[in-house]
Design a protein around this ligand. Structure first.
Ligand SMILES: [Zn+2]
Ligand SMILES: [Zn+2]
Length: 346
């Protein structure tokens, strides 16, 4: 689909969907947004100009997704072999999975943020150690003994759908990528991932938002074994960074493109403020673990104990991100009891 001259939206399905299903859902979701069981597709973008063929994100490394990418590129007179640059907004498998394969067929320059480059090895090349680390992490946050092993194994299955490759260029934000008369500024937007980047073209007023801003889904912002610190604080600051930009076309990696950047930022901002209050109310006077708080708050997708292990982990991570933010605000304290971390209202 042409966004404007030289910029095209492609679509690659998630492993459990076919391309036809993904295309159908793409149309349906734009007309009537709703929560689907797992994300159905990724929206990579093709940029052509000045002899460059640039992809922003790609998709999972499956045959169906690769075929979808090739088909989409062909519709716009291009092919995977011709890619000169692959810009990855962040190294989550749905955005980065096919990077190694694209590198192989095109010898493109793979560009991503240095903070995300740091986790490629641990996450995709030597994940065993990571699994143990995660299991320890789960126990520390009060996840019941029975659930912890399944939850830390939760994402190993996706490794078969990722062809990892180190970046040719690790960026930090502020760099400019030129293609004809396009000038794409790399904007570092940590939060959803420590090295998440957006791409901004000020003359055309185009913003590629990756997973930083999606039209109806609130991107997951989590603390996990590899993402400590205060990611929600980072995320809220990153919202302010893009709020200042003059944008007409918002091009996200999921759902559908939109024109409503500022309204959406306001919604997401308010969502997190409300969520912070809700989580705060779920903390016992005497202290609660992240698992206990996560069991008490409302989730749009159901109840925590009915979630798949992978989703339980995301929910605990999301809860922790909010608790840590409350801690930074001085509203809660942390105390360790027998190796388990408890949060207390101040
Ligand atoms: Zn993501
Ligand atoms: Zn994503």
């Amino acid at each position: 689909m042409k966004v404007l001259e030289g910029i095209y939206q492609l679509i690659t399905p998630f492993p459990q969907y076919t391309l036809a299903e993904a295309k159908q859902l793409r149309r349906e979701l734009e007309e009537r947004p709703r929560v689907t069981k797992g994300l159905p597709y990724v929206l990579p973008y093709l940029i052509k100009g000045g002899g460059e063929t640039i992809l922003v994100d790609c998709g999972w490394n499956t045959e169906e997704a690769y075929r979808a990418l090739a088909e989409g590129m062909r519709e716009h007179g291009s092919a995977p072999e011709e890619v000169t640059k692959l810009v990855v907004t962040h190294v989550h498998p749905d955005h980065y999975g096919m990077a190694g394969r694209l590198k192989q067929v095109s010898d493109c320059e793979v560009i991503l943020h240095e903070r995300d480059a740091e986790v490629i090895k641990a996450r995709y090349m030597a994940p065993r150690h990571l699994t143990e680390e995660m299991a320890r992490f789960m126990r520390q946050h009060g996840v019941p003994e029975l659930k912890a092993p399944a939850m830390s194994q939760g994402s190993l299955g996706m490794l078969g759908h990722v062809a990892p490759v180190p970046p040719d260029r690790a960026v930090t934000g502020g760099e400019v990528i030129k293609a004809g008369d396009f000038e794409f500024q790399i904007i570092w937007t940590p939060g959803h991932s420590p090295g998440h980047i957006c791409l901004y073209e000020p003359n055309r007023k185009v913003l590629f938002t990756g997973d930083h801003i999606l039209p109806t889904i609130t991107p997951n912002v989590s603390i996990h074994a590899q993402n400590q610190g205060n990611p929600l604080g980072d995320y809220m600051r990153s919202l302010e960074v893009v709020r200042k930009l003059d944008v007409e076309y918002v091009l996200p990696a999921h759902e559908f493109d939109t024109r409503e950047l500022k309204r959406r930022i306001e919604e997401i901002h308010n969502h997190h403020l409300a969520r912070l209050e809700e989580m705060y109310r779920c903390i016992d006077r005497g202290g609660s673990t992240a698992w206990e708080v996560a069991s008490r708050v409302q989730w749009t997708t159901g109840r925590l104990d009915e979630f798949e292990p992978f989703m339980q982990r995301a929910a605990v991570g999301e809860t922790l991100a909010h608790l840590e933010y409350l801690f930074e605000m001085g509203r809660v304290a942390k105390v360790m009891r027998d190796g388990v971390l408890y949060w207390l209202p101040v």
